[in-house]
Write a protein that binds this ligand. Sequence first.
Ligand SMILES: Nc1ncnc2c1ncn2[C@@H]1O[C@H](COP(=O)(O)OP(=O)(O)OP(=O)(O)O)[C@@H](O)[C@H]1O
Length: 255
Amino acid sequence: MSATTPVLRLRDAAFRYPGGAGVSDLSVDVAPGEALAVIGPNGAGKSTLLRGILGLVPLVAGDMQVDGRTNDADGMIGFLPQSAELDPDFPISLAQVVMQGRYRRLGLFRWPGRRDRQLVREALETVGLADRADRRFGELSGGQRQRGLLARALASEPSLLLLDEPFNGLDQANREALVDTLRTLKARGVAVIVSTHDLELAREVCDTVLLVNGTQLSCGPVDDVLTLSNVQECFDGVEVEIDEHTLVVPDHEGH
Ligand SMILES: Nc1ncnc2c1ncn2[C@@H]1O[C@H](COP(=O)(O)OP(=O)(O)OP(=O)(O)O)[C@@H](O)[C@H]1O
């Protein structure tokens, strides 16, 4: 991959569920080491976009390339889903959860080796949980479990990391830990796409912003896109406040 090839390129792309719901007119580039915030109201299609990039929702129009390729993206993309999908009572250690991130790299009939264990340790260090590797996953706090799942995504050595509303329900300490981790990953050249309602976060961590509401409304550098009028248009009907340099979308529907 040349230095100028985006990790993700969408051109006039649309992702749709069989029932017809989805998100369309997406034209986006995300370069290595760059972070894109996907912002929009409930039901805008943010999760659909992330699931579409993962190949879980069909691309029904336009083009998508991951690392310059239109297929075989498997293994290059790490995903942090919106809510922890693991049963907290399942008797599995944090290190074992993170090792799951290595399995799709291992292929059939190969057991984890020294390098896999090293990558698991590094991923736990990156998210600040190295001292809890042997703890039962279910005994960790919600924020720590989420960081553990992020470590699992990192252990797969993704070039593109997708995070679906990762800041929901995090306290300040876990929030700061996650911001630090995302900055570290960017510095290592990982491309990051994060769906969020948190405009402050978008300013803190992201280089570019995609505003969506069923269709792409605008996409570009944070300061160009996160203007009061753009955000008001996107959150159509939701009151948006402006507090000095920070735009605030008040809590709405479950967030
Ligand atoms: N599995 C599914 N099958 C069919 N339609 C779906 C499915 N999941 C979501 N949708 C529909 O797709 C549209 C976009 O939903 P999506 O979950 O992508 O929104 P979102 O922006 O992530 O919202 P939120 O902020 O509430 O998480 C909605 O109309 C939703 O009802």
